[in-house]
Design a protein around this ligand. Structure first.
Ligand SMILES: O=P(O)(O)OC[C@H]1O[C@H](OP(=O)(O)OP(=O)(O)O)[C@H](O)[C@@H]1O
Ligand SMILES: Nc1ncnc2[nH]cnc12
Length: 133
């Protein structure tokens, strides 16, 4: 599995909603804590927020202040990458708190939407590339 090669990852982050299916078992498998990145007004307590643009509108991700500390190595997990806006917002949040995003991982990539190109060279692991025929 990809994560075994990475080592030393403290935080496995899952993006609401379907990233919550895959993030927790991956975090458990690599011995990392699971940190949820949620849609607005779902997390209690103090949060930092990052807005982003999707194919079909705008949205925002939030993370608890203190959930990830400066210097932590992090893996971001979601079900799917399309335009890459969601993963970019997740990476922006983590960079704002001084964490290092080691890799992003998704089950499905829609390569025609070129999301990978927006990740500034950050490694992206995917299981399935879906191409329209
Ligand atoms: O690469 P992008 O263009 O940013 O799109 C990918 C995102 O879109 C979907 O979530 P959605 O925003 O539909 O939210 P949901 O999981 O709450 O339905 C999917 O689960 C990803 O999180
Ligand atoms: N084009 C797309 N198809 C399926 N799921 C998506 N989530 C975001 N964009 C999508």
């Amino acid at each position: 599995m990809f994560a075994r090669k990475l080592g030393g990852i403290c935080s496995g982050l899952g993006i609401e909603a379907r990233g919550f299916i895959f993030g927790p078992p991956i975090a458990l498998a690599i011995g990392a804590k699971f940190v949820p990145l949620r849609k607005p007004k779902k997390l209690p307590g103090k949060v930092i927020s990052q807005e982003y643009i999707l194919e079909y509108g705008r949205d925002c991700l939030e993370m608890h202040v203190g959930a990830v500390e400066a210097g932590e190595r992090a893996l971001v997990v979601d079900d799917l990458i399309a335009t890459g806006g969601t993963l970019c917002a997740a990476m922006d949040l983590l960079e704002r708190v001084g964490a290092e995003v080691v890799e992003c991982a998704c089950v499905i990539e829609l390569p025609e939407l070129k999301g990978r190109e927006r990740l500034n060279g950050k490694p992206l692991y995917v299981l399935v590339e879906y191409l329209e025929v």
